[in-house]
Design a protein around this ligand. Structure first.
Ligand code: TXA
Ligand code: MG
Length: 306
């Protein structure tokens, strides 16, 4: 296993790209203050330039120096950082974080990852890491290093941190004007945030505030049918819990005991596996629309839409 954070540090300092683990999904990162590196990252990921990148920090001190934090920001940071929450914050004037990574706006998605290897790397750097999920734009995210092998043409150094703990991306929130909106559901649930800040809402105006949230996204190569009550001839099955659904091709069960944490953890891995079978498509069993099930359904909906 490659776990050499000194090598990764050197590559990032020289303007290169590194794939690194986080507790949500793997990220492909670069120096957030280096324009050339950011351009390279957009290119290799085939990502539209208007879709901003999340900045990853080792701790809140750098964030406090470079961004304006309101009351909600502090409440969320206290509760969920380090961890799978991305808060969109307004930059101060004198920051070195390059405007290209936020589509030339002052609003940057900020996150402090909890994964020990990501932390170890970030602590060695004197700049934040700009990083989207390590996959080609609109394709499945990667939750272990075996998922990465088909994605990138170039050889990129991979820090191997094993299997991601959560398995779904971070929750992205907008907190402008002291109102809180979830722009992307993720590993922190709507219900968890609501316990802390009762007036939280889920934004359905995704594409405007968060261009990455356009519909076709997070998708396997095979067509996906969701909420199925039967499986077609030749379809693989992504199942959940105990039921009468059956596939003659291949079946994987996200969680036999209907545990949504377990299902989240298996989600991308099982989609990658079913996508690599010779099936005509993937049928997906209904998933309860609560807690992490809301996030899973959000991903399934986008992956299945045209
Ligand atoms: O868990 C995660 O969030 C992973 C790990 C690597 O941190 N990263 C990730 O990044 O999923 P990405 O680029 O695949 O998805 C980030 C999402 C996109 O939908 C993007 O549009 C939105 O967050 N986003 C990022 N910065 C934003 C900003 N400044 N304003 C609005 N939306 C933003
Ligand atoms: Mg992504």
């Amino acid at each position: 296993m490659k776990r050499n954070t000194n090598k990764a540090k050197k590559i990032l300092e020289d303007g290169g790209l590194v794939i690194f683990p986080t507790e949500t999904v793997y990220g492909i990162g670069c120096n957030a203050t280096n324009l050339q590196a950011i351009k390279r990252l957009y290119k290799i990921k085939k990502r539209p330039a208007n879709n901003p990148l999340i900045c990853h920090f080792s701790d809140i001190n750098y964030i406090k120096k470079n961004f304006k934090l309101n009351k909600i920001a502090y409440q969320l940071a206290d509760k969920f950082w380090p961890g799978p929450l991305t808060i969109i914050l307004k930059k101060k004037e004198d920051t070195k974080i390059h405007p290209m990574l936020s589509n030339n706006t002052k609003f940057v998605g900020c996150r402090i990852p909890k994964h020990p290897l990501a932390q170890k790397l970030l602590k060695k750097l004197n700049f934040p890491i700009a990083a989207p999920s390590a996959n080609i734009s609109n394709k499945l995210s990667s939750t272990n290093t075996s998922h990465l092998k088909d994605f990138f043409d170039e050889n990129i150094y991979i820090l191997d941190g094993g299997k991601s703990f959560y398995g779904l991306e971070s929750t992205v929130v907008d907190i402008r004007n002291n109102k809180i909106k979830i722009l992307r559901l993720g590993s922190i649930t709507f219900e968890q945030i609501k316990m802390l800040i009762p007036n939280v809402v889920i934004s359905h105006n995704y594409s405007k505030l968060s261009p990455g949230q356009k519909q076709k996204h997070y998708s396997p190569n095979l067509p996906l049918r969701i909420n199925v009550n039967s499986v077609l001839e030749g379809e693989a099955l992504l199942n959940f819990g105990k039921n009468n659904l059956k596939s003659k091709t291949k079946e994987l069960n996200l969680s036999l005991t209907e545990n949504l944490e377990e299902a989240s953890n298996n989600f991308y891995d099982y989609l990658h596996k079913l996508d690599n079978t010779k099936s005509i498509g993937i049928a997906v069993a209904p998933i309860p629309n609560k807690n992490l099930g809301k996030t899973i359904n959000d991903r399934l909906f986008r992956a299945s839409s045209n």
